[in-house]
Design a protein around this ligand. Structure first.
Ligand code: IDP
Length: 162
């Protein structure tokens, strides 16, 4: 009697992650990303123009904090990353924790926002909220990298320039 082993393969998923301007202890955040099993497939530091920041956060244009958010996002370099992992979008959201760092410290004390955020606005990190957003924002920040995307293994990646 033949035995058939059925295996499941979950393809890796990409999400866009950003270390926001003036976030302190950036090296620790980068180490944490790798320790949590994400591959940093692409990384660049970019200073967003106002126009780019407005486009990047266009979903929030009617929110009362929109202009504050845009000001903040172009006040210094952002570290832009494509993170790759099984279920990357949700896993990165979980790694960040809630938007409000005081809530994060209560409900998710190990999360990045609990540990690295300054306040509700300057909350350290960004991550796409779903796969469609991830695809759209990766295109917007990195252009058409889909086909040539090189996955750098977390453990074996060269020293990061930050
Ligand atoms: P998220 O980053 O956790 O997805 P969103 O609600 O999408 O949270 O908000 C986008 C960003 O806007 C937040 O990360 C934060 O920087 C900023 N933000 C959200 N709510 C407020 C607020 O009430 N006051 C100031 N800034 C805010």
């Amino acid at each position: 009697e033949a035995e058939v082993e059925i295996g499941f393969f979950f393809p890796p998923e990409d999400t866009l992650a950003v270390i926001k301007p003036h976030t302190e202890r950036k090296e620790e955040i980068l180490e944490e990303i790798q320790a949590r099993g994400f591959s940093i497939s692409h990384l660049k530091d970019t200073v967003l123009s106002r126009e780019m920041a407005e486009e990047f956060y266009k979903e929030h244009r009617d929110k009362p904090f929109f202009s504050q958010l845009v000001d903040y996002m172009c006040r210094g370099p952002c570290t832009m990353m494509v993170l790759t992992k099984e279920n990357a979008v949700d896993e990165w959201r979980a790694a960040m924790g809630p938007t409000d760092p005081s809530e994060a410290r209560q409900t998710a004390p190990g999360s990045l926002r609990a540990r690295f955020a300054k306040d509700m606005l300057e909350n350290g990190v960004h991550g796409s909220s779903n796969m469609e957003q991830a695809h759209q924002k990766i295109q917007f920040i990195f252009g058409d990298i889909g086909a040539e995307s090189v996955i750098i293994d977390g453990a074996a990646s060269p020293p990061l320039e930050t």
